[in-house]
Write a protein that binds this ligand. Structure first.
Ligand code: GUN
Ligand code: FE
Length: 410
């Protein structure tokens, strides 16, 4: 792996504030392991040429919630969550019983992440083990960083998407064996029960036990829509809350990422915060399906870690820049304005911390991985205009060089 020296304009995230320092001319040096060795304003007379004129470098985006087998149904509207799952999502996800189809889409999926400047993703794989293995293989070849899992369902979906707990857990073990920890932890397996509606208590219990046995991250959906919450209350009577259903099966802890969290009471936010779980905020998806608007302020006030998720295919784009705009809109509509820099910070450092990668990803400091993307930007933007441009003009400009641990993502 080549050691790299990059010179140019950088947005360097702050560790303790949701913003960035704008360094108009800085030099970033990484070693042959892809770790940052030094990063500082370019010293006078350095003699290093500007690496790519016209770009701003920033940490690669972290997509904290995205569905691989929905790549080809992005932007397909058919109703609210449960109707959309039935009409749009399940028929498409059923196609992944063919390995060749999964192969094709996995290549498209990885390409979409890279072309939007995303270097890390928390991915809901297929419900088919072979297709999920093909996803891992494509991520490996692409040099992306990811955690991904077999999407677990044993009820509430067409039979081709459901797998009995016994078989599903064996398939998870095989995937763990093959993919968990590959390339020094660049790829990780994540226990991924789809949501309580599509899992029996037995499946949830075993998923929780699997996560504990292998010390794995967990991802699932929580309180996205009112219909869904009603269905969970009916299927799991006797629990204090939707969160409590997952907690009862050992699925909630500091390694858990909960998608959506739109309809939580203050008490539920308190319980979530106390559990140490993180949130994947998916504001574009929430708008598209009419799910509601998550209260970012409730998470922030309690110190809950938050990342941003495109939630493709309910999210209409693989672009975390678009998700930043949606997060801004969502916050405004709840009367709790955030800045575009805060949204961009959540899409980078926030996501890295939500996914448990805080020691390696997000910040641009010595010791951190050289996970970067170069965004084309118009000349002459001051710092505020640059934040606005990145968050609100996602359609302008392209992403140039994307690196994970200093290696090109392809
Ligand atoms: N809840 C359960 N499955 C899904 C899904 O695929 N997308 C979204 N947005 N919510 C879900
Ligand atoms: Fe989702």
């Amino acid at each position: 792996m080549p050691a790299r020296t990059l010179r140019g304009r950088f947005l360097r995230p702050r560790a303790d504030q949701r913003t960035f320092d704008d360094l108009p001319d800085a030099l970033l040096i990484s070693d042959e392991t892809g770790r940052i060795v030094s990063f500082e304003p370019t010293p006078p007379g350095s003699g290093v040429p500007v690496t790519l004129p016209g770009v701003v470098w920033m940490p690669g985006f972290v997509d904290a919630h995205v569905h691989f087998p929905q790549t080809r149904v992005v932007g397909r509207s058919s109703g609210g969550l449960l109707t959309w799952l039935e009409r749009t999502v399940f028929p498409e996800e059923a196609r992944f019983d063919r390995g060749a189809y999964a192969d094709e889409v996995a290549a498209e999926f990885c390409k979409a992440l890279i072309t939007h400047g995303t270097t890390t993703a928390a991915i809901y794989g297929s419900s088919h083990p072979l297709a999920t293995s093909k996803l891992f293989a494509a991520l490996d070849r692409s040099n992306l960083r990811a955690m991904a899992g077999l999407t677990l369902m044993d009820r509430g979906a067409p039979p081709v998407l459901c797998m009995p707990a016994d078989t599903a857990l064996l398939a998870c073990e095989a995937l763990i064996e093959q993919w968990h920890g590959v390339d020094d932890g660049r790829l990780r397996f994540c226990v991924t029960p789809r949501f309580a509606v599509s899992c029996t208590p037995d499946l949830l219990r075993r998923a929780g036990a699997l996560a504990a046995r292998y010390d794995l991250p967990v991802q699932t959906h929580l309180s996205e829509t009112l219909d869904e919450i009603a269905a969970v209350a009916q299927a799991f009577p006797g629990h204090a809350s939707y969160l409590d259903v997952y907690a009862a099966f050992g699925l909630v802890g500091t390694r858990t990422v909960l998608g959506h969290c739109v309809h939580l009471s203050a008490t539920e936010w308190d319980a979530l915060a106390a559990s140490g779980a993180a949130v994947a905020h998916c504001p574009d998806s929430n708008a598209f399906l009419g799910s509601g608007v998550m209260s970012l302020a409730d998470a922030t006030a309690r110190g809950v870690r938050v990342g941003l998720g495109t939630d493709v295919g309910a999210g209409r784009s693989f672009s975390l820049r678009r998700t930043c705009a949606a997060a801004y809109d969502a916050a405004l509509s709840r009367g709790a304005r955030i800045g575009p820099d805060e949204a961009l910070w959540l899409a980078t450092v926030g996501g890295a911390r939500a996914l448990g990668l805080e020691a390696e990803v997000g910040l641009l400091e010595p010791g951190f991985a050289c996970d970067l993307a170069a965004h084309d930007v118009p000349a002459g933007l001051d710092t505020d205009a640059l934040f606005d441009h990145l968050a609100f003009r996602a359609e302008v400009g392209s992403v140039k060089n994307v690196y994970v641990r200093g290696r090109r993502a392809v």
